[in-house]
Ligand binder design. Structure first.
Ligand code: 3PG
Length: 396
């Protein structure tokens, strides 16, 4: 992928695709600005080198123009972080955009309205891509979180704007999620959690060829237990994935990967924050109870194993961490990874989605080597897939 430093920037209009898809509350207030902050280094670099930035993003999944999905609430925070007054247009293509883009001073920023207000964006319509591209001289894609989508602003525009290069965030995500995973410092451990094995099959299969240790947690473990003939009570089980679970265990064995399943679990009498709970051996979950977290013995074994590793990738929580009572397993992993990063220089990569939320909730986000800003995108990368938004940059 081409990088920023190679492009000549002064006076140039740069179309920057960022992933500013941040959560907003009912009062249109930003509840987590991580993705905005993560986009700042690239934009500042461009401004600092005399470029004019035309910034585009989607927000949510609107069907047509929907005020609730406007990017307007982001303007004050963006302006504050960038130290410039960000100008915003009411549309992402058309006359107003052309005028505002033409009037931009060097070092100025124009934020376009939600590109998904046009269905042509997700259809990757070439005419729409051409219109987006028409106001700029070159293209920078920093929208890692959207790189798994072949949309007009992530893929289509590269046919009309050259050079098309990666921003710093995109580059960093690829360095860790592709680079560090392909050439890890060994031993290399993966921790995979989450409620369903069906959504993690691709990741587990792909990681089995790379890791020395695979730790499994989260709701998916009960499908593995049931496959082994354990009593699982009323824990979540994907009945149609029992054979798959057995075959994954066999694959791990054949590849010499140490596969660790929790030896004990925290069970609850119902799926609720105020449920009755107790710790039981994983092999004998009582009737009428469901597993909602990994137990203290499991945490101890996982921690001791992680102590021996040099690279760790983590995707998916260990339990229902949204409920305080069942957050201990996830919190313990977050703390362990933070400790290993800061005291032993272990490379720790948090691959998107719920595990990122858990690390942030624990206040440990700045203690990890890398926290991905992409949920679906990081999952697809870890599955070994090529992302269309990245491929388009390679081709350009
Ligand atoms: C995300 O939040 O994962 C990205 O912004 C992509 O959004 P999407 O799943 O609606 O394409």
């Amino acid at each position: 992928v081409g990088t920023l430093g190679e492009a000549d920037l002064r006076g140039k209009k740069v179309f920057v695709r960022a992933d500013l898809n941040v959560p907003l509350d009912d009062a249109q207030k930003i509840t987590d600005d991580t993705r905005i902050r993560a986009s700042v280094p690239t934009i500042k670099f461009l401004l600092g080198n005399g470029a004019k930035v035309i910034l585009a993003s989607h927000l949510g999944r609107p069907k047509g123009v929907t005020p609730k999905y406007s990017l307007k609430p982001l303007v004050p925070r963006l302006s504050e972080l960038l130290g410039v007054d960000v100008v915003m247009s009411n549309d992402c293509i058309g006359e107003e955009v052309e005028k505002l883009a033409a009037a931009l001073p060097d070092g100025g920023v124009l934020l376009l309205e939600n590109v998904r207000f046009y269905k042509e964006e997700e259809k990757n319509d070439p005419e729409f891509a051409k219109k987006l591209a028409s106001v700029a001289d070159l293209y920078v894609n920093d929208a890692f979180g959207t790189a798994h989508r072949a949309h007009a602003s992530t893929e289509g525009v590269t046919k009309f704007l050259k050079p098309a290069v990666a921003g710093f965030l995109m580059q960093k995500e690829l360095d860790y999620l592709v680079g560090a995973v392909a050439n890890p410092k060994k031993p290399f451990a993966a921790i995979v959690g989450g409620s369903k094995v069906s959504t993690k099959i691709g990741v587990i299969e792909s990681l089995l060829s790379k890791v020395d240790v695979l730790i499994l947690g989260g709701g998916m473990i009960f499908t593995f237990y049931k496959a082994q003939g354990y009593a699982v009570g009323k824990s979540l089980v994907e009945e149609d994935k029992l054979e798959l679970a057995t075959s994954l265990i066999e694959k791990a064995k054949a590849k010499g990967v140490a596969l660790l399943l929790p030896t004990d679990v925290v069970v609850a009498d119902k799926f609720a924050a105020d449920a009755e709970s107790k710790i039981v051996p994983a092999s004998s979950i009582p009737d009428g109870w469901m597993g909602l977290d990994v137990g203290p013995d499991a945490i101890k074994t996982f921690s001791e194993t992680l102590d021996t590793t040099k690279t760790i990738i983590w995707n998916g929580p260990m339990g229902v961490f949204e409920f305080e009572k069942f957050a201990a397993g996830t919190d313990a992993i977050a703390k362990k990874l933070a400790e290993l990063t800061t005291t032993k220089g272990v490379t720790t990569i948090i691959g998107g989605g719920d595990s990122v939320a858990a690390v942030e909730k624990a206040g440990l986000a700045d203690k990890m080597s890398h926290i991905s800003t992409g949920g679906g995108a990081s999952l697809e990368l870890l599955e070994g897939k090529t992302l269309p938004g990245v491929l388009a940059l390679d081709e350009a």
